[in-house]
Design a protein around this ligand. Structure first.
Ligand SMILES: [Fe+2]
Ligand SMILES: [Fe+2]
Length: 204
């Protein structure tokens, strides 16, 4: 591990980065990458060489769509839900080009692309590698950065946002480890949302 990324994954991050400067996707991707490493720690038999490159490239396709639509493409009241499938297709196309250009010996391009294709719209995981990628992606929403982004996108206060995470996103996590990590992150999210609301009440 060289800094935040492994030596194998650093060039993949550099290739993904120019595609990730929309919708806070760069922060989302790096946080999900580290969440993926945490999940892999509890699943030593799952292949990191498939999970981690898939995480780095899964959302590169969002850049192909108008930025003002992106915040309204996900969540329980999405205005443009069709973009969920559309960004997967674009992500696969862009990821294929970048991975073929990089030609990293240890990266199985076919398996990585199969996971990216369907990471949001396919509820069932095709493999444990797919399951950990899906959970790393969704777990980001439970982090302080994720909650703050969702509050902005959906224009909902933190208390409402964490309630949505608990009722709508938590049941979509695939692995027991993912659910445990989500509940741990929610401890922070729920307490911080409650504190913020209490503070708002006392300052009125
Ligand atoms: Fe996505
Ligand atoms: Fe994502």
């Amino acid at each position: 591990m060289n800094g935040i990324l492994s030596e194998r994954d650093a060039p993949i991050w550099e290739a993904a980065r120019p595609w990730l400067d929309v919708r806070s996707n760069d922060e989302h991707t790096l946080i999900s990458y580290r969440l993926g490493i945490a999940l892999l720690g509890a699943h030593p038999d799952v292949e990191a060489r498939v999970v981690l490159p898939a995480i780095l490239l899964h959302d590169v396709g969002w850049k192909m769509f108008p930025e003002e639509k992106l915040a309204h493409a996900v969540g329980p009241t999405a205005k443009y839900p069709e973009l969920q499938r559309a960004h997967e297709i674009e992500s696969v196309r862009i990821a294929r080009g970048e991975l073929e250009r990089l030609a990293i010996l240890d990266v199985d391009i076919g398996r990585v692309l199969a996971i990216i294709d369907g990471h949001d719209t396919r509820p069932q995981a095709l493999s444990l590698e797919d399951a950990l990628m899906k959970d790393a992606d969704k777990l980001w929403r439970f982090t302080p950065h994720g909650i703050s982004c969702l509050c902005d996108w959906f224009e909902t206060p933190p208390k409402e946002t964490v309630a949505m995470l608990e009722s709508y996103v938590l049941p979509k996590l695939v692995t027991d480890t993912g659910r445990t990590m989500a509940r741990a992150l929610l401890a922070d999210g729920v307490a911080m949302a409650w504190m913020r609301e209490a503070l708002r009440r006392t300052t009125w």
